[in-house]
Design a protein around this ligand. Structure first.
Ligand code: CP
Ligand code: NVA
Length: 320
């Protein structure tokens, strides 16, 4: 069976924790994994800009002993230069895995449907699961039991927010999302995760009040207000989202040891101030570094089986 990495919703809590444990082990003992992808070639198709994700998958592949080929936005042009299913079948003859960053999430599903090799979601308009895997590793490194945390996401109900919803609804914990009304996550996704929440005990709360959300937060997380592809809306969005900025005032409502996260790139002065992103509560560059270990864990997962690494989840997770 081909193992794709498209959405965290296809993973159980145990499987997510195993991936996080694998990423943590790769971070600690990189030499153990040096030759794992020997003779493997990974294609990186990026239809949008990227600094962290491209670098993490490129460097990650090479550090695991494989090689990577990068295709920029003007090269393959999925569904325009040729049918996505033809691209999938052709690349399956040459490569061992495909990492895709694209606009429409459907492109990832279509590619995976016709490929006979694993497909990894490197961000679509709908989801950003490799980011959220790194986020869980970052939170887990500093905070103990994820199920007891209040994790607050402020800003746009976008791809990062959607992957956080899937992840926390499966793992448990309390995710509070503060967005302007029109920019809430879609109703369908909130309906879909109700069952996951019942199983895991997670709570997902949606509010319009950033101040109320930030109260006693263990983690404050934000992302850009204007995602890639929405640049024309930037001026309007800056106005609509202005009350959702992570600044000193919002941070003062959170717990003293609150961890501030941002997937980056940051639009400093919009969704986050310089003083917060450069301040003592910020872990954004650890979070960025952890993208590498998460990417390597995903590559190992899709190309090899997940080695029996210790599960670093909380006690209940270990007992499952
Ligand atoms: N966070 C993230 O995915 O960054 P890039 O867009 O630079 O890859
Ligand atoms: N929501 C952002 C994430 C960037 C990593 C975007 O899609 O542009």
């Amino acid at each position: 069976m081909i193992r794709h990495f498209i959405s965290l919703k296809y993973f159980s809590s145990d499987e997510i924790w195993k991936l996080v444990a694998l990423a943590a082990d790769i971070k600690k003992n990189p030499e153990t994994y040096e030759d794992l992808l020997k003779y493997k070639t990974v294609g990186l198709i990026f239809e949008k800009p990227s600094l962290r994700t491209k670098t993490a998958f490129f460097v990650g592949t090479e550090q695991l002993g494989g090689s990577a080929i990068y295709y920029g936005p003007d090269e393959i042009r999925l569904g325009q230069r040729e049918k996505t299913s033809d691209v999938a079948q052709t690349l399956s003859c040459f490569l061992d895995a495909i990492v895709l960053r694209t606009f429409a999430h459907n492109n990832i599903l279509e590619l995976a449907q016709s490929a006979s090799i694993p497909v990894i979601n490197a961000l679509s308009d709908f989801l950003h699961p490799s980011q959220v895997l790194a986020d869980i590793l970052t939170i887990k490194e500093k905070k103990n039991d994820i199920k007891k945390l209040k994790v607050v996401y402020l800003g746009d109900g976008n791809n990062v927010c959607n992957s956080l919803i899937y992840c926390f609804s499966i793992l448990g914990g309390n995710l509070v999302i503060a967005t302007p009304k029109r920019y809430r996550p879609q109703k369908e996704i909130l309906e879909e995760v109700k069952l996951y929440c019942r199983i895991s005990g997670a709570t997902i709360t949606i509010t319009e009040s950033a101040q109320e959300a930030a109260q006693d937060a263990d983690v404050l997380y934000t992302d850009v207000w204007t995602s890639m592809g929405k640049e024309k809306e930037r001026t309007r969005r800056r106005r609509i989202f202005r009350h959702y900025q992570i600044n000193e005032k919002i941070l003062s409502y959170a717990k003293r040891d609150c961890m501030v996260l941002h997937c980056l790139p940051a639009h400093r002065g919009e969704e986050i101030t310089d003083s917060v992103i450069d301040g003592k509560n910020s872990f954004v560059f650890t979070q960025a570094e952890n993208r590498l270990y998460a990417a390597k864990a995903i590559l190992v997962y899709v190309l090899k089986s997940v080695p029996n690494t210790p599960v670093t989840g909380n006690k209940e997770e270990k007992q499952k």
